[in-house]
Write a protein that binds this ligand. Structure first.
Ligand code: DX5
Ligand code: ZN
Length: 221
């Protein structure tokens, strides 16, 4: 069995955009392992966030891995725009509503020298990602319906995390297992117990009084 280190990826969607650079510097100094950047187009999800310019801003502040989560239609068209400013992983959605050839987009991401991630919404059955697992570097299990921060974690998604871990072992694959949505100290522990090793957290870090304490607590002390 492969051992994967527990990594904390603050979702900058919950940062104060009036002082974004300052908030990013603080969370980096507080011990973030990756930065998670949520890209929303108002089509695939019912919200609009930010684009490549913010990835570029983050790249200018840190050498930490930048984990880009594309909640957009036509990811194949936009992937180069996120490779260019320096994304280290790009995760795309498997649902047909994302309107792209998933296998081709994953190849495009890897060809750009980036880690290829695949994700699925809570309502999407795990079987949808299975054919792609040999070709991913990261499997993201959404623990809320994507679009907004601050929602409640769905514990029933842990079955997908367990399945992702089992299949990784049986395939001899090495992908990371990431969870995103409603991650706090309790749900982080549950996710780790079920096999997740990358924890995305927005609200529980950026709304905390002390980012370093919040990150340490999520990691399990
Ligand atoms: C949800 C996003 C998440 C979100 C997590 O659409 O993909 O990354 O920012 O936020 P919290 O941690 O507040 O649930
Ligand atoms: Zn996300």
């Amino acid at each position: 069995m492969t051992s994967h280190r527990i990594l904390i990826a603050p979702s900058i969607l919950a940062a104060d955009f009036g002082h974004l650079a300052n908030d990013l510097q603080r969370v980096i100094a507080a011990g973030a392992d990756w930065l998670h950047l949520d890209i929303m187009d108002g089509q695939f999800v019912d919200n609009i966030s930010f684009g490549p310019a913010i990835v570029k801003l983050a790249r200018g502040l840190t050498t930490l891995p930048l984990d880009v989560h594309l909640m957009i239609e036509r990811a194949d068209h936009y992937v180069p725009r996120f490779l260019e400013p320096g994304a280290n992983s790009i995760t795309v959605h498997v649902e047909p509503e994302a309107k792209h050839d998933v296998a081709a987009t994953l190849r495009l991401i890897r060809a750009g020298g980036c880690r290829a991630g695949l994700t699925l919404n809570p309502a999407t059955p795990f079987a949808a990602v299975e054919p792609h697992l040999p070709n991913v570097d990261l499997l993201l299990v959404m623990t809320v319906h994507p679009g907004f921060g601050g929602q409640s974690f769905r514990p029933e998604m842990m079955e997908k995390v367990r399945r992702g871990r089992e299949l990784r072992d049986s395939l001899g694959a090495h992908y990371d297992l990431e969870v995103d949505g409603g991650i706090n100290v309790q749900t982080a522990r549950l996710s780790i117990e079920n096999g997740a090793n990358i924890l995305v957290a927005g609200t529980s870090i950026f709304k905390a009084a002390d980012y370093a304490d919040a990150i340490r607590d999520l990691r399990g002390g």
